[in-house]
Design a protein around this ligand. Structure first.
Ligand code: VG1
Ligand code: CO
Length: 543
């Protein structure tokens, strides 16, 4: 076995976004493209020599080939060991857990998460550090810099490793350890939650539907819900990960999980419904006839966390991304714990979790998690809900409405304008940015603006400042309009418009969210003119 050094011209577009490098599968299949990014990762972390890594992903097209390339490159770069999920499979939270449990130097996750997969879809590569969390900004900056300076990469000339066979095999001086992708993660869940209480709930006739969307959570949900907890067979649907997700868009929201939505909205629908995304870190929560907005979900979980064994002692603090509604803030105030507001992307939570400044974290984009790993975790959120439902013996709707009566309701919605012409998107953003200073001293439409800025985050742990994280207009009554550009798309530019309005109650708590927000939506269009400038008649996805 010899190490080959391949001279290359560097690529100039390997800048990781909100969560890793995402490109069209075809772009990743171009000669040397994946190899250059992987070498840039190794170079950016001071080399791979003597190190141990975790490797796996959501099984989308190109994953098997990519895993073999990464193994041959890790061997050529002197890595000591790579722990690989069987079949190169690992959900994002399971990979994070494995990195931590085995004390490795980090891991490489092959996924473009909620982006569609297949030959015409997207592929992605993400590096997580030894904490188990997504590489923080300084590391992704170093990876990008290394990718631009690259002159060559190193790869072992050898055949494929057998990733179907559990156990250890050698590749040159490096060991490849193929592990069951599900077992360690399922054990972790069993330690956090009261599986017996959840089992009893199912035995009492509770009905659930879990839509794995033909993606990675299928094997995890089947093992945990059906085998260990004893939910009826068939509770988990679309449970086998497919390279193209069966043509589905593996994003758990009302638009893309429409079949599940229809089943849950029927009068005789199941008691509880949930869906997860491509790489298993997102979750959508539904009750019979009710959709739980992710911003409400994290608030409800925080308010009820002490009912769950792992959090019985209370929470050190909570955190939410800036565009996530402020429903969580009121729970934190009631619990008298810290509430942090971070930029979008899980990497900003990791530092707070490490410093024990937060125990639970949430994002409006169907991401919820805790200090059990350093990623958001779809199945964990589902189990949190199940454990709380088992303890409270109330329906999802009763819990949600009770929460609003106690804390008030933050009506919330996100409107996405996808794959816009990049110049058009920039015009919308620049237009608003220019007007921010004047907005801050104005009353618009009878509402007083108390803050209009471009969100900059100061990390309370290390004092680092991350500017430019989204334009926000905050009104005196707590209503907000927020605009930011997506950092995970692979086509044109996607604009996300986040809308929020607070109703303290006791009246007006159960309106339809879009109707309750109609005034704010109209105001946003007046200010931003997204429709006028883009020629679109409305958003592509509403969550
Ligand atoms: C989106 C979400 C963000 C999430 C990120 C990664 O980013 O808005 O909240 O952390 O995806 O999630 P953006 O930049 O497109 O808004 V995942 O499940 O796609 O890794
Ligand atoms: Co994801």
């Amino acid at each position: 076995m010899t190490v080959q050094t391949v001279a290359v011209e560097p690529f100039d577009d390997q800048k990781p976004g909100t969560s890793g490098l995402r490109k069209k599968t075809r772009a990743f299949r171009r000669p040397h493209y994946l190899e250059c990014f992987v070498q840039a990762i190794f170079d950016a972390i001071g080399g791979a020599s003597g190190k141990t890594f975790v490797l796996g992903g959501d099984g989308r097209a190109f994953s098997p080939e990519a895993a073999q390339v990464i193994l041959r490159m890790a061997a050529a770069n002197g890595a000591a060991r790579v722990i690989v999920g069987q079949g190169a499979l690992l959900s994002t939270p399971a990979a994070s857990h494995l990195i931590r449990k085995r004390g490795t130097d980090g891991g490489i996750i092959l996924s473009a998460s909620h982006n569609p997969g297949g030959e015409d879809g997207d592929f992605g590569v993400k590096f997580n550090t030894a904490t188990g969390g997504p590489a923080p900004e300084p590391v992704t900056e170093r990876i990008y810099a290394a990718s631009r300076d690259l002159t060559d990469y190193r790869i072992m000339q050898t055949g494929d490793a057998d990733l179907a066979r559990l156990g250890t095999q050698a590749m040159g001086d490096m060991l490849i350890e193929v592990v069951d992708p599900v077992a360690d993660y399922a054990d972790l869940m069993e330690n956090l939650f009261d599986f017996r209480a959840i089992s009893a709930l199912f035995q009492s006739g509770f009905r659930m539907r879990f839509d794995a969307m033909n993606a990675i959570t299928g094997p995890y949900a089947t093992e945990v819900l059906e085998r260990r907890i004893g939910a009826p067979a068939g509770t988990v649907i679309r449970a086998v990960p497919l390279p193209d997700f069966g043509g589905a868009h593996p994003d758990p929201n009302p638009t893309w999980a429409d079949t599940l939505m229809a089943e849950m909205m029927a009068p005789d629908g199941p008691d509880f419904g949930a869906a997860s995304d491509g790489d298993g870190d997102r979750n959508m929560i539904l009750g019979r006839g009710v959709y739980v907005s992710p911003s409400d979900s994290i608030a409800v979980l925080a308010a009820n966390a002490t009912l769950v064994p792992a959090y019985a002692a209370g929470l050190a603090g909570v955190a939410r991304s800036m565009p996530t509604s402020a429903a969580l803030d009121r729970v934190a105030a009631a619990l008298d714990i810290e509430c942090h507001e971070t930029p979008t992307g899980w990497k900003f939570f990791s530092q707070l979790l490490d410093a024990n400044r937060a125990t639970l974290c949430g994002e409006e984009s169907f991401g919820t998690g805790s200090n059990h790993v350093r990623e958001k975790d779809g199945l964990w959120a589902v189990l949190m809900w199940l454990n709380i439902l088992a303890e409270r013996k109330e329906s999802v709707r009763e819990i949600l409405e009770g929460h609003w009566r106690r804390f008030g309701r933050n009506y919330y919605s996100r409107h996405d304008y996808e794959a816009l012409d990049a110049a058009v998107a920039e015009r919308v953003v620049a237009g608003l940015r220019e007007r921010l200073p004047t907005l801050a001293v104005q009353a618009i439409d009878g509402r007083t603006v108390v803050l209009a800025d471009d969100f900059a985050y100061t990390d309370p742990v290390d004092g680092s400042v991350t500017p430019g994280q989204g334009l926000r207009i905050v009104f005196g009554d707590g209503a907000r309009i927020i605009l930011r550009k997506s950092g995970t798309g692979t086509e044109g530019a996607t604009l996300r418009l986040y809308l929020e309005r607070i109703v303290a109650g006791p009246d007006g708590l159960t309106e339809d969210a879009q109707e309750a927000l109609a005034g704010i939506v109209a105001l946003a269009e007046d200010l931003l003119r997204i429709k006028a400038l883009s020629g679109r008649t409305g958003p592509d996805v509403i969550t």
